[in-house]
Write a protein that binds this ligand. Structure first.
Ligand SMILES: Cc1cc2nc3c(=O)[nH]c(=O)nc-3n(C[C@H](O)[C@H](O)[C@H](O)COP(=O)(O)O)c2cc1C
Length: 332
């Protein structure tokens, strides 16, 4: 998710949920405007660490040649999957005719998928997937959009069941995911409104989707995939590990080194959604009001337990022991 799930957050989640429960992830969208992006940018988004589950790169743009060439370069630098974003509702994306703007034009969307498929095949081939919303203002074109993604050669279709107009409203209509499942033969990944582990099975039962994608549920509970019940201490440790990554500006934080205030702001961004370990359930507002970064960190440390070694989080410990290998596997 743009602005939240950069590599340092994503890696902390991947380190806590094995590939048997978290089948794959995507980068936040990488905007392609007019020119193909250089390998350096793509590598920053992919991050330096590899896990059992593949992390695909997600591209968003409307310039067919530039997006296709970026997709080809992404494969060259080791992306195991290329996903195309046709769901972003942001004004900037729509003004550039990208993201959900393409939901008005199934043939244009198909053209981008097909061009990327061809370009990626030229680079050796990895699955190209696409993510749509149920529609722009309404869901009337849903089946046409799903079929356009399939006709373009995508290996999987993710359907965020809200329309662009519905933005991130609480209500979800999973019957739209079922409609997409019936419209295509490729696997469909359902998305929208998964708040707890039980929702995975419920979404599959109700819609027939092959996979389910979690958005904000992972910001509330990074253990949502494994179903492990984190304690308040686990939850506080996660947030302190996140702080360490942000402050130290590890290579997994492509935005570089954050200030303590910046790191505290990012933690509070998560606390707005947070449910893991019931850490903030009773006094979310007092956590959110904590203006002094040092006090916020102290408060987390007192819940996490005093004897904590700041650099020994699962990701960093793993980094010391394991040589990095190229990512493998397939999305699930
Ligand atoms: C802050 C924020 C950033 C997002 N960035 C992306 C993104 O970069 N790419 C993407 O495909 N979806 C993005 N999304 C959408 C989510 O992936 C997901 O489709 C949406 O939140 C619905 O799922 P949920 O109800 O489980 O949250 C973003 C959502 C939010 C709230």
């Amino acid at each position: 998710m743009e602005g939240v799930t950069e590599p340092c957050f994503r890696d902390l989640v991947l380190a806590r949920n094995g590939p048997e429960s978290l089948g794959g992830a995507f980068t936040e969208f990488v905007r392609v405007v007019r020119h193909a992006l250089p390998a350096r940018i793509l590598l920053e988004h992919l991050g330096p660490r590899r896990f059992g589950a593949p992390v695909g790169i997600q591209l968003m743009g409307s310039d067919v040649a530039a997006v296709a060439e970026t997709a080809r370069r992404a494969v060259e630098v080791g992306a195991p999957l290329v996903d195309l974003n046709f769901g972003c509702p942001a004004k900037g994306a729509i003004a550039g005719c990208a993201g959900s703007a393409l939901l008005k034009d199934p043939p244009a969307l198909e053209k981008i998928v097909a061009a990327c498929r061809t370009a990626v095949d030229r680079a050796g081939g990895v699955p190209v997937t696409a993510k749509i919303r149920a529609g722009y203002d309404d869901d009337r074109l849903l089946e046409d959009l799903a079929r356009a993604v399939e006709a373009g050669g995508a290996a999987m279709l993710t359907v965020h069941c809200r329309t662009r107009l519905e933005a991130y409203q609480d209500e979800v209509d999973w019957s739209r995911i079922a409609r997409a499942v019936r419209a295509v033969t490729i696997p469909v990944c359902g998305n929208g409104g998964i708040l707890g582990r039980a929702d995975f099975a419920r979404m599959r039962d109700e819609t027939g989707c092959a996979f389910a994608m979690v958005g904000r549920g992972a910001l509330a509970d990074p253990w949502i995939f494994s179903g492990e019940l984190a304690t308040a201490s686990d939850a506080a440790r996660f947030l302190l590990d996140y702080r360490d990554e942000l402050l130290l500006g590890s290579p997994a934080s492509h935005k570089g080194q954050a200030s303590p205030r910046g790191a505290a702001g990012r933690i509070k961004q998560l606390l707005r959604h947070w449910s893991a370990g019931a850490l903030v359930d009773l006094d979310r507002e007092s956590w959110m009001r904590e203006g002094d970064p040092a006090r916020l960190f102290d408060r987390l440390a007192s819940v996490a337990g005093a004897e904590r070694q700041p650099r020994l989080n699962p990701v960093l410990a793993r980094k010391k022991r394991v040589r990095l290998e190229p990512a493998g596997g397939s999305a699930s």
